[in-house]
Design a protein around this ligand. Structure first.
Ligand SMILES: Nc1ncnc2c1ncn2[C@@H]1O[C@H](COP(=O)(O)OP(=O)(O)OP(=O)(O)O)[C@@H](O)[C@H]1O
Length: 243
């Protein structure tokens, strides 16, 4: 497996320093990262045991959680210094996110789900409009990610299979070319050949958009598809408070 070393040829998209986060409550879990960065265009795979803090780390990167200490610079902005609403705006503008459960609007159509980020992000809206109509771009992405054209118009997200929902979630993350795409185990529901196909399509689209990709997975056999593999334990100290 490749490891956590890298040669930074591109500017950093993510730069973390002195980060410390503790979940509130008894027996709380904490995560400390002294220094970590990701450069533009990387396809980074993050691995680690279940309950090891991978989703917590992604939530910190996206500004869904804020650390008690330290800085998280994304594209040169320290998001820990932004107000809650400013962080939400920053996330909408710069991140495409594929959640573990996809978080699609169940009664929304496929197209509505893909277009959703454009309601919250001016820069993503403008980037799409430069290439044409948003619906045309949504359809192009969906077809490119392998969703059958017959499902694109009218079908509600709730009536799709897991694999199809995953393609919709990926198109939603990629629309408007966000600089950073983060994905939390997006392939866990697929069989091996479909996982590989999906990753290839996701990478091709992320590359075409110039997006940096950070993906959490349990499955180390997917590592050859990534430009860097990072074990959370190698970059972070994690601790669970004793009972
Ligand atoms: N909302 C929460 N409140 C308090 N503690 C939490 C919360 N969410 C997670 N934790 C704690 O943080 C730890 C790390 O959880 P996290 O979901 O980040 O791990 P993970 O590596 O993503 O796990 P998995 O691979 O199973 O998804 C958990 O063991 C749990 O104790």
């Amino acid at each position: 497996m490749s490891n956590a070393t890298r040669e930074p040829a591109e500017p950093d998209v993510v730069r973390i320093s002195g980060l410390h986060f503790t979940w509130p409550g008894r027996h709380s879990f904490s995560l400390t990262i002294e220094n970590f960065s990701v450069s533009r265009g990387e396809r980074l795979m993050l691995i680690g045991p279940s309950g090891g803090g991978k989703s917590t780390f992604l939530s910190l990167l996206a500004g869904i959680l804020t650390p008690q200490r330290g800085s998280i610079e994304i594209l040169g902005t320290d998001i820990t210094r932004l107000s809650g609403p400013a962080r939400d705006r920053f996330r909408s503008e710069h991140f495409g996110i594929i959640f573990q459960m996809f978080n699609l609007l169940p009664y929304g159509s496929v197209i509505d789900n893909v277009l959703l980020p454009l309601h919250f992000s001016k820069s993503r809206r403008e980037r799409v409009r430069r290439t044409g109509k948003p619906e045309v771009e949504a359809r192009r992405l969906l077809e490119h990610l392998g969703l059958e054209p017959a499902l694109i118009s009218g079908t509600s997200a709730a009536s799709l299979s897991v694999g199809q929902q995953q393609r919709v979630a990926a198109a939603r993350a990629l629309i408007g070319m966000p600089e950073v795409v983060i994905a939390d185990e997006p392939t866990s529901a697929l069989d091996r050949s479909r996982q590989t196909d999906f990753l290839k399509l996701l990478f091709a689209n992320a590359e075409a958009s110039g997006s940096t990709l950070i993906m959490v997975t349990h499955d180390e056999s997917l590592s050859p598809h990534f430009s860097r593999v990072v074990r959370l334990d190698d970059i972070a100290q994690t601790m669970r408070e004793a009972a």
